[in-house]
Write a protein that binds this ligand. Structure first.
Ligand code: TTP
Ligand code: CA
Ligand code: CA
Length: 699
């Protein structure tokens, strides 16, 4: 048991003539349950995780017998495998063809996809052959996830529930308050005030000596007599919590047909380990007395947050991956990982975790993405995908209550990956009018056009659109605050997104308002420039449409988009904290490229940027940039200088105040003197690697 000393020396009441043995818990600790205190040792936390989630969604949707082996397919890989299929040795790392060899009767259901040009996702029979023209939709699973969350909440008393959605198929529940209520009902002796009204007095011992754990898997204590002896209130609390979890799981099964596994313990870390301990359709209780034994047997890399880099670092630093051996390291040694990290690790491997169950289950951002194999090569192709992304995101926004203005995103982001470089463009969403799919699409198109006019957009390997900064109940008000990005937000947009090249070095920072966009000045004379023309037209159309919106409104103009480039980061990375857990695995890459099962339910790590293999290229020397650039780009490059000069002239014209632009927010001025306004990638220090990247289009 965890603290034999505490049990052996159960406090005795000094005043009691009969020296009644007392609990080792106080009245104060008992009553702290009511307020969800994170420090009371009587805390009761549960974690529930759906078994083979996507696979169950498909069996339920299709009415398939759940004892039949079934796997969910994504392109040629498997992303979820039900338990009957796992019995054949199937796992996430094998292909659909290999799976069929192992289990010829396997039912394989491909995930739903959006077909290029379609208005809505659907289940397409031949989807797996269309990786180039379809995009995965996780909507069906999100919808089920939402139903499950609702069902769980309905199974708990309205006034005593605290539920946190931890990922698409997991929730944490803080059952402390409900357990407190049940405890006082069942054991009226706890209702009275503490002796002498002193909350630090110890409680009487529980009258029960045998607790009924039903069919729950009880984690052993590792000692022969520790199992049943001397139950105290912490055990009673977990028995009650376990009853609640059993009821919740039964309700989910009854109402929706899904089985799930549960973990019950005194904190989130332990509860999560508990739900994964015995699967499927079981629940595991980790009593306080069993914590040390349970953790000691475990690899610490299985613990929440230690599944990735940090865990690896600890393994190599201390030469072990077991909790037992790490327990021998004194705090000072663990602090070699950093003071805070060391302290956190020190308590974590001792079973301590005071993090609270956070009922904020609302989404902060939404992402729709597609990896292209083969890569795409034109603005037009990109736009076709943006149409799908916009439809995808908009339909999810509708479900978030955006139409009723319950919630609303404030920014739209486009991430574009070409070679090793990811470029991001962000734009505020005008707040003064209802959000529409067309508006999202138009903004997305405009952001892509901005990337394209830089002349180094293709081939593109990955494109994604996200909306973020969701806020509650924004009024449909046309005031200035609605239209402009708030100070803080603008600051974040400027600071957060630095121009960076794959080397991690800052590139020449360039920021421009639309008016300064160079492609506005290209002529339509060259066939090679059709792409630019399309992008330019999009920019122009967007400019005109936003002009219409703000004109006639005295207060303002939509602030110009902030232009930024982020190297070496994936979309999931650039917005890391902001992505809700729903965005997990939604990057539409083949499952084999995704992170294998993680214990912490965090975002998959950014995919390593592919290495650039570049043939030697013929170059020319540009004296204005003092750089060698690919010969094939010479015409375009000369145009660039021409456009830059022209735009500078025009801007100088515009700076003179006129009755129409005086007093308005003006686009962020472009730095474009000859010295500073160099073409992309032609800066002196950047030229080696960048020229290749920027002008990577072959011929
Ligand atoms: P998990 O909860 O990790 O796994 P699971 O529910 O399939 O199986 P288990 O019974 O062991 O809990 O993931 C939930 C869903 O997330 C899973 O059904 C499919 C999806 N997913 C992926 O698409 N890719 C992945 O790499 C992982 C780990 C999950
Ligand atoms: Ca699961
Ligand atoms: Ca899970």
């Amino acid at each position: 048991m965890s603290s034999p000393a505490a049990f052996a020396s159960s406090p005795l009441s000094v005043t009691s003539p009969r020296r009644i043995p007392k609990s080792r818990f106080t009245y104060k600790q008992l009553h702290q349950l009511k307020s969800y205190s994170t420090t009371t040792p009587l805390r009761a936390i549960a974690h529930v995780d759906l078994d083979a989630f996507y696979a169950q969604c498909e069996t339920v949707r299709l009415g398939i017998d759940p004892t039949k082996p079934l796997a969910v397919q994504q392109w040629q890989g498997l992303i979820a495998i039900n338990y009957p299929a796992r019995a054949f040795g199937l796992n996430r790392h094998i292909t659909s063809a290999e799976a069929l060899k192992l289990c010829p009767d396997l039912i394989m259901q491909h995930v739903a996809t959006w077909k290029e040009g379609d208005e809505k996702w659907a289940y397409h029979e031949d989807a797996f052959t269309h990786i180039a023209t379809h995009k995965v939709s996780l909507d069906p699973y999100r919808m089920e996830s939402r139903k499950i969350l609702k069902c769980i909440k309905e199974a708990l008393p309205e006034k005593e529930q605290r539920v946190e959605k931890a990922s698409i198929d997991e929730v944490f529940m803080d059952l402390s308050a409900q357990v407190h209520t049940i405890l006082l009902e069942r054991y009226p002796e706890l209702q009275g005030p503490p002796p002498y009204d002193d909350p630090t007095e110890y409680l009487p011992k529980p009258p029960t000596t045998v607790l009924d754990w039903k069919a729950d898997a009880l984690v052993g204590t590792g000692t022969e007599d520790g199992e049943e002896r001397d139950p105290d209130w912490d055990d009673v609390c977990l028995v009650i919590a376990s009853e609640i979890v059993r009821d919740v799981r039964a309700k989910v099964k009854e109402v929706l047909g899904y089985t799930c596994s549960g973990g019950v313990a005194r904190n989130k870390m332990l509860a999560k380990l508990g739900s994964g301990h015995k699967k499927p359709n079981q629940q595991t209780v980790i009593r306080n007395r069993a914590v040390q034994h349970f953790l000691g047997e475990m690899k610490f890399t299985k613990i929440r947050m230690l599944g990735g880099k940090l865990g690896d670092e600890a393994v190599s630093m201390f030469g072990t991956d077991t909790v037992k051996e790490l327990l021998n390291q004194p705090l000072e040694q663990l602090k070699r990982l950093g003071d805070d990290t060391g302290s956190w690790l020190y308590s974590t491997i001792r079973g301590e975790d005071n993090s609270e169950v956070n009922p904020r289950t609302q989404i902060k951002s939404m992402l729709s993405a597609k990896s292209f194999r083969p890569a795409i090569n034109s603005f037009e192709q990109g736009v076709r995908w943006l149409r799908i992304f916009a439809a995808d995101i908009f339909s999810r926004c509708v479900e978030e209550g955006v139409l009723e203005n319950k919630r609303r995103p404030r920014t739209v982001n486009l991430h574009h990956r070409q070679g090793a470089q990811t470029r991001s463009r962000q734009s505020p969403i005008p707040q003064g009018k209802p959000l529409s799919e067309a508006m999202l699409f138009d903004m997305a198109k405009n952001l892509l056009a901005q990337v394209v006019v830089d002349g180094r957009a293709w081939p593109c390997a990955n494109l994604s659109l996200s909306v973020g900064g969701f806020e509650d109940g924004v009024q449909n008000n046309k005031g200035i605050g609605g239209f402009l990005v708030r100070g803080e937000e603008a600051k974040a947009m400027n600071n957060g997104e630095k121009d960076r090249m794959p080397s991690g070095e800052p590139s020449t920072k360039r920021r421009k308002g639309e008016k300064g966009n160079i492609a506005n000045f290209f002529g339509a004379r060259d066939e090679k420039r059709r792409d630019f023309d399309a992008a330019r037209a999009a920019l122009k159309a967007h400019r005109e449409s936003t002009k219409d919106d703000s004109e006639g409104d005295e207060t303002g103009e939509v602030r110009s988009e902030v232009d930024s480039e982020v190297g070496n980061e994936s979309p999931a990375d650039t917005g890391r904290q902001d992505y809700s857990s729903e965005e997990l695995y939604n990057d539409d890459t083949p499952p084999s490229a995704q992170k294998p099962s993680e214990t912490d339910g965090f975002d998959p790590p950014p995919q390593k940027p592919p290495k650039i293999h570049q043939k030697p290229i013929e170059t020319f020397f540009c004296p204005r940039c003092n750089a060698h650039l690919p010969s094939t780009e010479k015409g375009e490059h000369d145009d660039f200088h021409y456009a830059m000069d022209l735009s500078k002239e025009i801007r100088q014209e515009e700076k003179k105040p006129t009755p129409t632009n005086a007093g308005r927010e003006t686009p962020v001025p472009q730095k474009s003197s000859r010295k500073r306004g160099r073409p992309p990638g032609s800066g002196k220090d950047a030229r080696k690697g960048q020229a290749k990247l920027m002008f990577g289009r072959s011929g």
